[in-house]
Design a protein around this ligand. Structure first.
Ligand code: FCB
Length: 450
């Protein structure tokens, strides 16, 4: 039987994020982040859940690293909690916060697992939000200083550095729709956040590079935006607008020299562009080595007069209908369509040539009442979609499952389980799901059955 083989040096791994798994919210000098404030505010997170304890990974990381090793993971993507390292977001560094990541990195290296560090996965120090948050330019400079401090401690052992995770969510969900921390609903603030997140990335990328970092990356959640009717010109126009707000506003300044004029014109309906300073686009366009791609589900849109549009997450998209999911969905209600991932990867490769890609998140929540065959099928389908893109010449360097562990799924709290490892939150007991064992076998063979 033939099989679908992946390249020899393909990176197989899993991903998590600090606030979603660490717990230990008040340990060793950590101060609150916007997610602590948000989750402790009644009505913001389902069932009033918080990340106070989460998976207690802060204390249980040796066991978690041992589980990763038992699955044969080659790489582990985790994020660093800014409020552990720099409790006020500026000023003194808290060495006890860095000590934790020092121990984690050493444990990973001892187990033969490559540590992939993400510097920002949404947990902005609350003090910085109190000073204006991402809509304020100063936050970008604070981020670069924090990034340098982390690099200064871990840079001798960590090769792979990612600045931001999904700035789309941080900006549009944090400041536009308000379903994420800090929960503001202000389109102008969301657009200014987009720019300051990108600037933060550019400043940090430059500093990391100057310090000798091996691989510098950013992770986006580029949307596979598709038309309801492929033959409709009006739908194609709707696709272009949503693609502009979601994808090109990030990808063009990162990889193509500057902001797209149509998107700038759109943004000017909500705020002037005085926050975009001379030289910023050059800073943002600092070369990167890898573009991280997080993918879960496609976005279908249609032109429809009177439609409400995508709300605060897509300011100014009135008269665009965002189609509800159809066909099979995950436990999040997200449409399952692996072929859209192939389409997305080919598009990134075509429109932004020369930048290697890495799937930094892909996975699914399901109810997990029995063996998680639905998750295996989701992962299998999406790995095939990645393989299909590679076969078409797209340079995809690796695949990281979201997530290693069940964890705090943002405003859904603990109800949604994405892990390939089950976590019993009462006892903190970890149990490998069927998908974990399946993934271990895929990694061992570096291939899927044809
Ligand atoms: C992504 C986030 C990640 C996780 C998955 C399900 O948008 O980066 O933290 O919540 O979605």
């Amino acid at each position: 039987m033939t099989s679908l083989s992946f390249p020899d040096d393909f990176v197989w791994g899993a991903a998590t994020a600090a606030y979603q798994i660490e717990g230990a919210a008040r340990d060793d000098g950590r101060a609150p982040s916007i997610w602590d404030t948000f989750s402790r505010t009644p009505g913001r997170v389902a069932a009033g859940h918080t990340g106070d304890v989460a998976c207690d990974h802060y204390h249980r990381y040796p066991e978690d690293v041992a589980l990763m090793a038992s699955l044969g993971l080659r790489a582990y993507r985790f994020s660093v909690s800014w409020p552990r390292i720099q409790p006020d977001g500026s000023g003194p560094i808290n060495p006890r916060g860095l000590d934790f990541y020092d121990r984690l990195v050493d444990a990973l290296l001892a187990a033969g697992i490559d540590p992939l560090v993400t510097l920002y996965h949404w947990d902005l120090p609350q003090s910085l939000e109190d000073n204006g948050g991402w809509p304020a330019r100063d936050t970008a400079y604070r981020f670069a200083a924090y990034a340098s401090a982390v690099y200064g401690r871990l840079g001798d052992r960590v090769r792979s550095w990612t600045t931001l995770n999904e700035p789309w969510c941080a900006a549009y969900l944090g400041y536009g729709s308000g379903v994420h921390a800090p929960g503001r609903q202000d389109a102008a603030a969301a657009f200014r956040s987009v720019h300051h997140l990108l600037l933060a990335h550019g400043l940090a990328a430059t500093a990391l590079r100057a310090g000798g970092a091996g691989t510098v990356a950013i992770t986006l959640n580029p949307a596979a935006v598709l038309p309801a009717d492929p033959a409709s010109e009006a739908d194609a126009h709707a696709v272009r607008m949503v693609d502009g707000l979601h994808n090109r506003v990030f990808l063009d300044p990162l990889l193509a020299g500057g902001y797209p004029p149509d998107v700038l014109a759109h943004i000017e309906r909500f705020t002037d562009l005085s926050h975009v300073h001379e030289g910023d686009e050059k800073t943002i366009g600092a070369p990167i080595d890898v573009l991280g791609v997080n993918y879960y589900s496609p976005t279908y849109v249609a032109a429809r007069s009177g439609a409400p549009g995508g709300g605060g997450a897509y300011p100014g998209t009135e008269d665009i209908h965002f189609l509800p999911p159809s066909g099979p969905v995950t436990g999040m209600g997200w449409q399952i369509e692996p072929s859209a991932l192939t389409t997305l990867l080919v598009r990134l490769h075509t429109d932004y040539p020369g930048t290697p890609l890495m799937i930094t998140e892909n996975g699914a929540a399901f109810d997990d009442t029995g063996p998680d065959h639905d998750r295996i099928s989701y992962l299998d389908g999406h790995l095939r979609a990645v393989h299909a893109a590679i076969a078409q010449g797209v340079d995809v360097r690796g695949y990281l499952v979201w997530s290693l562990l069940d964890n705090f799924e943002w405003h859904d709290g603990y109800a949604k389980r994405f892990g390939i490892i089950h976590v019993d939150y009462e006892t903190q007991r970890r149990t490998l799901k069927h998908s974990a064992l399946w993934y271990r076998d895929v990694i061992t063979r570096a291939s899927l059955p044809a």
